[in-house]
Design a protein around this ligand. Structure first.
Ligand code: SAH
Ligand code: SF4
Length: 420
């Protein structure tokens, strides 16, 4: 853990990719978007389908970053595409690599209008032996104001486009050498089981994905396209704070693995932690969960529960949690709270988390927090806090955001996933 902490406070590397030019980029577009782009440069309708398939293949199977690479596309068409478009990814403002292989990219999206400087978002890669998980953002900031979450305090909020969501995966695969014929950079920690370096995606970065439904759904379709990026939908998890009306459609349209940020067992408390609960209270949320398409013991819903000292961590609440989830194929994910400057909350004591997790475990749920790894993660919580007091505000915030995501994702996967 010390290594992780020391390494994370090393200064971020400066910009790695050129700023995007004025031309629009095709990177991240779906088939419909590619078809429009081709039509705009005069590709006749009769050729459109074949050309879309070619572009799609080069972009998402081969990882092409230039039109020159597209050897089966005529020179003439390549030149026309080059004149009108780029294949640029979002600019990488900073890349941080920690000793345990976690990578964080701060990316700047191209300006959306004359007064937009270009929003910055974060994407985090967390490798272990058998999987590489990419934590993807769905919005810049978040309009919801969960009282324990730092993202909710950010002022600037906008939805990411579907292409911007997909582009986060492209950047990660570029930087990890995760395309045919490429290799991982020297010393990189990636799964060495012969599979993809990015094998899983979790929509647990910045933003509430179900408040940007259309773009998120379109992006997940591109990520899971069999003739493209080809991620199994079972390896894509969407975490929501509980946007009830969109849970049904999500199950029908996309059906990714579902994670619910529950964090409390009664409405009075959840109203204060996750204010969206006032609109969609616990009973409605759990009903939507019970009806989620494809739910079974092999495809359970993960309930996230952030451990807040003296707030939601009593044994009575552990028992209430187990009772509440009775009958729903569920996993329970206890997340140690990661403090940030100005927060009113503290992370629960280790003993409290252990006692809470015993109740959960005795009710038949695997309890990752019992493992030594859980203890390490918790230790990081406190250490990060004291280390971070020495840092400049910007570095500190970046570090804390990464640590938060890491805690959530580590806890999530400590269960052993139900993946295809
Ligand atoms: N908006 C979505 C997804 C992004 S947040 C949602 O709320 O589910 C991803 C996870 O991180 C959520 O479970 C969220 O509750 C949790 N989280 C947010 N802030 C945290 C913090 N400071 N410490 C630990 N977990 C946190
Ligand atoms: Fe938004 Fe999720 Fe943070 Fe709540 S926990 S403020 S929904 S990002």
């Amino acid at each position: 853990m010390t290594a992780l902490i020391l390494d994370l406070i090393s200064p971020p590397q400066p910009g790695l990719a050129p700023a995007p030019a004025g031309k629009p980029s095709l990177a991240g577009l779906d088939r419909a978007g590619l078809a429009e782009a081709l039509a705009a440069v005069g590709v006749p309708a009769g050729e459109a389908k074949m050309r879309v398939n070619q572009l799609h293949h080069w972009l998402y199977v081969r990882g092409a970053a230039s039109f020159d690479a597209m050897t089966n596309v005529s020179k003439h068409l390549r030149a026309r595409l080059e004149e009108a478009y780029t294949l640029d990814r979002p600019e990488i403002v900073a890349e941080q690599v920690s000793a345990d292989g976690t990578r964080k990219w701060l990316m700047r999206m191209p300006p959306a209008g004359p007064h937009d400087r270009g929003a910055e978002i974060e994407t985090v890669y967390i490798p272990d032996e058998s999987r590489g998980t990419l934590c993807v953002s769905s919005q810049v900031g978040c309009t919801l104001t969960c009282s324990f979450c730092h993202t909710g305090t950010q002022k600037l909020v906008r939805n990411l486009t579907a292409a911007e969501i997909v582009a986060q995966l492209l950047v990660a695969r570029d930087r990890l050498g995760d395309w045919p014929g490429q290799e991982a950079p020297d010393g990189a920690i990636v799964p060495r089981d012969g599979g993809r370096f990015v094998s899983n995606v979790v929509m647990m970065g910045m933003g509430e994905p179900l408040y940007n439904y259309d773009n998120v759904a379109a992006a997940l379709k591109v990520m899971s396209d069999q003739d493209g990026l080809c991620l199994s939908r079972r390896r894509i998890t969407l975490s929501t704070s509980g946007v009830v009306p969109m849970i049904g459609p999500l199950g029908e349209d996309i059906n990714p693995a579902l994670a619910i940020s529950l964090h409390a067992t009664n409405d009075a408390l959840r109203d204060t932690l996750v204010p969206l609960n006032r609109k969609y209270p616990i009973a409605q949320l759990l009903d939507a969960c019970r009806n989620y398409a494809g739910l079974s013991n092999a495809r359970r819903i993960t309930f996230e529960y952030v451990m807040l000292k003296g707030v939601n961590d009593s044994l009575a609440e552990a028992k209430a949690l187990v009772k509440l989830l009775k009958g729903i194929p569920a996993k329970i994910n206890l997340i140690p709270f990661n403090p940030w400057p100005g927060t009113q909350y503290e992370c629960s004591e280790w003993e409290t988390i252990e006692a809470f997790s015993d109740v959960v475990f005795n009710a038949g749920y695997a309890s990752p927090i019992r493992t030594p790894r859980g203890r390490d993660i918790l230790a990081a919580c406190g250490q990060l806090k004291s280390e971070s007091q020495k840092m400049r505000a910007r570095e500190r915030l970046a570090l804390e955001a990464e640590a938060m995501k890491k805690l959530a994702v580590e806890a999530f996967y400590a269960h052993g996933a139900d993946e295809a």
